[in-house]
Design a protein. Structure first.
Length: 319
């Protein structure tokens, strides 16, 4: 009797060990079945939305209306809500347009991120996004606004947006920035981190641009270390030392220079910038300014940009 009990206990122990060893496989299988179920319910546009969020990190319904060919804003909002309810998207409120109407920014949830990994071999995100700061969120939305505007403008022009690298480019170790430029000047270590770096390809070759987003909160005075004036001086040193040459490999082109584009909040802010630049000498079209609200796909490649010289408008494309 005791031998039978011992044998039964031994069999139970072996079964428990075997079950423990296959539990991870069962969980993976269950997740895979869940993904297949979700994938079956998704349209091609749904998958396109997930891929766009993988690329841009975070987008609003208004931005996705332009990118994913939704017939209306209402349709875009309803479909994003459905994807959110399926657990494929996460969202965060960022402002209210009118009482009782909340606007959201959407990004991939963990399950949405895993689904993209199953559907695409070119997943940009190396881990599910986490967006906790409203300051970062607003900054991110402005970068994406310009990126989308530029992409749409290039569709009907002789120029091609060959690549756009935002500061938040995915796949880098913590603390690393893909737009970072570090160099030495007169034994001084200098670091620049543009909000984005992009390359336009046109009839006369490629051009390199650095983008800076100014929400009207930064200092302008040259007496402040992290001011606009000191930043422009760093860009001038970057040009003089050819530290920008590191992007020659990235874009596979022998750039002979670059331009810096500042997007800011008001015309008054631009006038303050121009006044500060007057102290640095004649910069020509090295630095250009524009207001967020005045840029659109029809105007971004036109004479909508202010140079250092007041009362003048230029096209930012550097030929």
């Amino acid at each position: 009797m005791n031998k039978q009990v011992l044998a039964t206990d031994l069999e139970k122990s072996q079964f428990t060990q075997e079950l423990s060893s296959i539990k991870p496989t069962i969980r993976k299988l269950g997740f895979a079945v869940g993904l297949m179920g979700r994938r079956k319910d998704l349209t091609n546009r749904d998958l396109s939305v997930l891929e766009l969020l993988d690329k841009h990190l975070c987008l609003t319904a208004r931005q996705l209306l332009l990118l994913a060919d939704f017939p209306s804003l209402d349709r875009a909002q309803r479909r994003l809500l459905a994807l959110y309810q399926k657990g494929l998207l996460a969202r965060i409120p960022f402002f209210t347009t009118r009482p009782g109407r909340q606007e959201f920014c959407y990004f991939l949830s963990r399950e949405g991120w895993k689904l993209i990994g199953e559907c695409s071999s070119k997943r940009a995100l190396k881990k599910p996004p986490q967006i906790k700061s409203n300051f970062f969120l607003n900054h991110l939305l402005l970068i994406n606004d310009f990126w989308i505007t530029l992409e749409l403008a290039c569709e009907n022009s002789p120029f091609e947006l060959e690549e756009f690298i935002p500061e938040f480019e995915h796949g880098h170790k913590r603390g690393e920035k893909p737009t970072k430029i570090a160099f030495q000047s007169q034994k001084q270590k200098i670091t620049l981190i543009p909000d984005a770096v992009f390359c336009l390809k046109g009839p006369k070759g490629k051009r390199l641009y650095f983008l800076e987003i100014d929400r009207g909160t930064g200092k302008i005075s040259s007496r402040v270390y992290r001011s606009f004036s000191s930043q422009v001086q760093k860009y001038l040193l970057c040009y003089q030392t050819q530290a920008y040459a590191r992007f020659r490999e990235v874009f596979n082109y022998l750039f002979s220079g670059f331009q810096v584009l500042y997007l800011t909040s008001s015309e008054q802010r631009i006038k303050s910038y121009q006044k500060a630049l007057a102290e640095l000498g004649d910069l020509g079209r090295f630095v250009l300014f524009a207001c967020f609200e005045k840029l659109s796909p029809s105007s971004v490649l036109e004479k909508s940009w202010h140079p250092a010289k007041p009362d003048e408008r230029l096209c930012f494309i550097w030929e």
